[in-house]
Write a protein that binds this ligand. Structure first.
Ligand code: ADP
Ligand code: ASP
Ligand code: MG
Length: 416
């Protein structure tokens, strides 16, 4: 008997009909003779709504209380899914992350998994039950409830698949797989039959939402293959595996767009040793994920330092940057939320020089101004004005031969 982990994302369980449809799929999988562990996200936009609720009550949101609040979203779905399974004659039981022994560190809202015990799940599976686990959450070594970052139900699924040595880890979502670009932005994107972890990791790291970065990291480190597929059409999706890219693979695998970051510029910074450390150390200490950094050449002994970071961390970062700017005698700080990042990802880049030049030429021909650039061995990212993002992404998708010739035919349910 195979053990299958199935994760259902927010849109897939957004309303009672959707929960029933997903419960049907779980019931079928169980009746085919498999053991099933289900991981669920909060319904639709439930997590965003809880965050707005907190914003409207308080300016100062302690991580512990936010985690108490946010974990309720997934608990609701787990309980409802379990009831729907009972109605289908499937013996099932719901668990929180804490109940299944997902032990994390103490970093609220971005906790890292230290260990997955899984004893209660193994026992329940042994009794023939389907286990429905509230995703996104764990319990810290200090016995506090934690969450593991936005999108982290994907991580719960990879972690449970590893802990239980599952035969498959299926990530059900609202598109039919991983595409060469977000099909909501580029309808000509093509579905990838398979993608290896290195490329998926770069896509997730560049901001592709389809899989949360840490779930891909975890899956790669522990060799858990992921099958990203649709909870609407149920067709076979994209396999994310350790498989090496083949000679026939395209040089560029995908174009990634990201609108979740903001740019901060510290103006008139004295150009002397220790300044960058003074700025970025306290940000790192507050777990702010700084992405790209650009320092201009100095004129008159001062320089400007710009960096990008998640908009969601801005509340924390703002105070730190203002304080440091004053301490180091900078002239001021500016913020720009109207930026976006577009990246090209492809393992073939390693052996194909000139990709960056072609990328910049394509953007120049579109009259898109590049504000910042960063690269890895298999990724090139640029920051552009958010108004230019779609035009830039479409031009790159076409220029690098990724257009499928036909528009995306799968479901694209409205985001609630
Ligand atoms: P879930 O709630 O199921 O976790 P997410 O919204 O987190 O779903 O991720 C699915 C979304 O990811 C899709 O609706 C799509 O808009 C977006 N997306 C971004 N990049 C890609 C890509 N390369 N392939 C497929 N979907 C992508
Ligand atoms: N509900 C959480 C979020 O919206 C976790 C998830 O959906 O994976 O980020
Ligand atoms: Mg997601």
């Amino acid at each position: 008997m195979a053990l299958i982990v199935q994760k259902y994302g927010g849109t897939s369980v957004a309303d009672p009909d959707r929960i029933r449809a997903c419960a049907d799929n779980v019931a079928i999988t169980k009746r085919h003779g498999n053991d099933v562990v289900v991981v669920v996200s909060a319904m639709g936009k439930a997590t965003d709504n809880l965050i707005s609720l907190a914003d409207s009550v308080s300016d100062n949101q302690p991580g512990r209380e936010m985690d108490m609040l946010l974990t309720t979203g997934e608990r609701v779905t787990a309980a409802l899914m379990t009831m729907a399974l009972h109605d289908r004659g499937v013996d099932a039981i719901s668990f929180t992350g804490s109940q299944v022994g997902i032990i994390t560190d103490t970093e609220h809202r971005k906790a890292k998994i230290i260990e997955v015990k899984g004893d209660r799940v193994r026992k329940a599976l042994g009794e023939g039950k389907v286990c429905v686990i509230a995703g996104f959450q764990g319990v810290s070594t200090a016995k506090e409830i934690t969450t593991m970052g936005r999108g982290a139900s994907d991580l719960t699924a990879s972690a449970m698949a590893k802990a239980l040595d599952a035969a498959a880890c299926e990530i059900y979502t609202d598109v039919t797989g991983v595409f060469s670009a977000d099909p909501r932005i580029i309808p000509q994107a093509r579905k990838l039959q398979r993608i290896n972890f290195d490329e998926m990791l770069e896509m997730a790291g560049a901001g592709s939402k389809v899989l949360a970065l840490r779930s891909v990291e975890f899956a790669r480190n522990h060799n858990v293959s992921l099958h990203v597929r649709s909870a609407f059409t149920w067709e076979s999706g994209t396999w994310v595996t350790t498989e090496e890219p083949s000679m026939e693979d395209p040089i560029i695998r995908g174009v990634v767009t990201d609108t979740t970051e903001a740019k901060v510029t510290v103006l008139g910074v004295p150009d002397r040793p220790g300044i960058s450390a003074a700025l970025f150390e306290p940000l790192a200490g507050a777990s702010v994920n700084v992405d790209m950094i650009v320092q201009n050449t100095s004129t008159d002994g001062t320089t400007d330092i710009s960096f990008t970071m998640p908009m969601s961390d801005m509340k924390v970062a703002e105070d730190i940057v203002a304080r440091v700017a004053e301490e180091i005698g900078a002239k001021g700080v500016t913020h720009d939320n109207d930026i976006a990042k577009v990246s090209l990802v492809g393992a073939g880049m390693k052996s194909s020089p000139g990709i960056a030049a072609s990328m910049f030429r394509t953007l120049a021909d579109e009259d898109v101004n590049i504000e910042m650039i960063s690269t890895s061995t298999i990724r090139i990212s640029v920051v552009v004005a958010s108004a230019d993002l779609e035009r830039a992404a479409r031009a790159l998708h076409t220029a690098f031969g990724l257009d499928s010739g036909e528009g995306y035919a799968g479901p694209l349910p409205e985001r609630r």
